[in-house]
Design a protein around this ligand. Structure first.
Ligand SMILES: *Cc1c(COP(=O)(O)O)cnc(C)c1O
Length: 361
């Protein structure tokens, strides 16, 4: 293996090395066609196979049937903040949101541009240090939106709103997509920017129930209508070929690793090691998530006794090849992002460093 550092960045994030290797090979010659994956037409048969297989594999991994569409769009999860209300809001029926952090707030802001928007639960009172216990589902809502993992604050939903018929459940899973088994059929629309847990930046995965596709009016801008993309199977205009190709490799890697059960076990092990260290050394490291039941498997956030120590911690970790540990500027402290492809050895190395750093601080 070439030189690899431990990449704790929140996104774009670490990918399986086997995937990076295959992608670099395909950048030279894809399928022996004498063409690079960077050059191939999005209408070519070999690329059509890639996108079809990715859709099939994703549905298989998530246990979804054919009433769901899998789309590869552009504009990031951020464009979905607007596309969702634009396509799903019904006349006279407010859109409901749970506010669990910075990304939720951005989603709420876009929804407010388009119509009545309610915040039905929030953890803003403590700077988003927990996931609200009560998650009300209103009968008159156009839909209910949650952010399953709060990348910046290190919280994650481990309990979900009650499923209510006629009230679609919409989830931003950008930073915990495919990190664990879930009843994905309880959700009506799931979206995620690829660059946290599924591939490189460029494509955004949107999974939605067929019945939701029909909601948007004819006057919705063409490229912003889900129906445009379901009708053309994500090939209405030129998609991000390379990014989709890498997502397809990551999905194969998940299947070869044993599926979401195996991925989840590995993630629980990694998060367990790190939270265990924080709890054991609580005189020095403080977890920023106050409710332990809300701790994220993907983004582990903690602080040190003062800012100066935190700066030293990040710098010294960087010197021994552990990169990206600085917390988001809006919360400070330390954030270790340990997505699916992050190796357990990297977590063990961080825990060892935490012990050593504390002993001489
Ligand atoms: C990173 C992130 C986003 C933004 O994704 P883009 O693809 O950059 O628009 C949205 N939601 C969550 C939860 C994120 O972690």
């Amino acid at each position: 293996m070439t030189h690899r550092v431990y990449n704790f960045y929140a996104g774009p994030a670490t990918l399986p090395y086997s995937v990076v290797k295959k992608a670099s090979q395909a950048a030279l010659d894809f399928n022996g066609l004498g063409l690079s994956i960077l050059e191939i037409s999005h209408r070519a048969k070999d690329f059509d196979n890639v996108i079809k297989e990715a859709q099939k594999d994703l549905k298989e991994i998530m246990g979804l049937s054919d009433d769901y569409h899998v789309l590869f769009l552009q504009g990031g999860a951020s464009l979905q903040f607007h596309m969702i209300p634009l396509n799903l809001m019904l006349d006279g029926r407010p859109a409901d949101y749970v506010n669990t952090g910075a990304w939720s707030k951005k989603a709420i802001k876009e929804s407010k541009l388009l119509g009545e928007t309610r915040v039905v639960a929030s953890s803003e009172d403590t700077n988003f240090s927990y996931i609200p216990r009560e998650l009300p589902v209103n009968d008159d809502a156009s839909y209910l939106h949650i952010t399953t993992n709060n990348t910046i604050f290190g919280t994650e939903f481990h309990h979900f709103p009650q499923k209510k018929s006629g009230i679609p459940l919409v989830a931003d899973m950008s930073s915990d997509m495919l990190c664990r088994r879930l009843n994905f059929t309880d959700f009506d629309l799931i979206y995620a920017g690829a660059q946290k847990n599924m591939g490189p930046s460029g494509t955004t995965i949107v999974i939605l129930k067929d019945e939701l596709v029909q909601r948007a009016s004819e006057s919705t801008p063409t490229l912003l209508r889900y129906k445009t993309h379901t009708d053309k199977d994500s090939l209405f205009n030129t998609p991000t070929v390379f990014s989709i190709y890498v997502v397809h490799l990551v999905l194969k890697w998940i299947i070869e690793s044993g599926g979401l059960g195996a991925i989840e076990a590995e993630n629980r092990k990694k998060a367990g090691l790190l939270y265990g260290a924080i709890d054991e050394m609580s005189d020095f490291y403080t977890g920023t998530v106050t409710d332990k039941n809300s701790r994220s498997l993907m983004n582990v956030t903690f602080s040190l006794p003062d800012r100066e120590l935190e700066q030293r911690f990040v710098q010294e970790a960087g010197e021994i090849n552990m990169l990206g540990l600085k917390g988001h500027r809006s919360v400070g402290g330390i954030r270790a992002s340990i997505y699916n492809a992050f190796p357990v050895e990297g977590v063990e190395k961080l825990v060892e460093f935490m012990k050593e750093f504390r002993s001489r601080a």
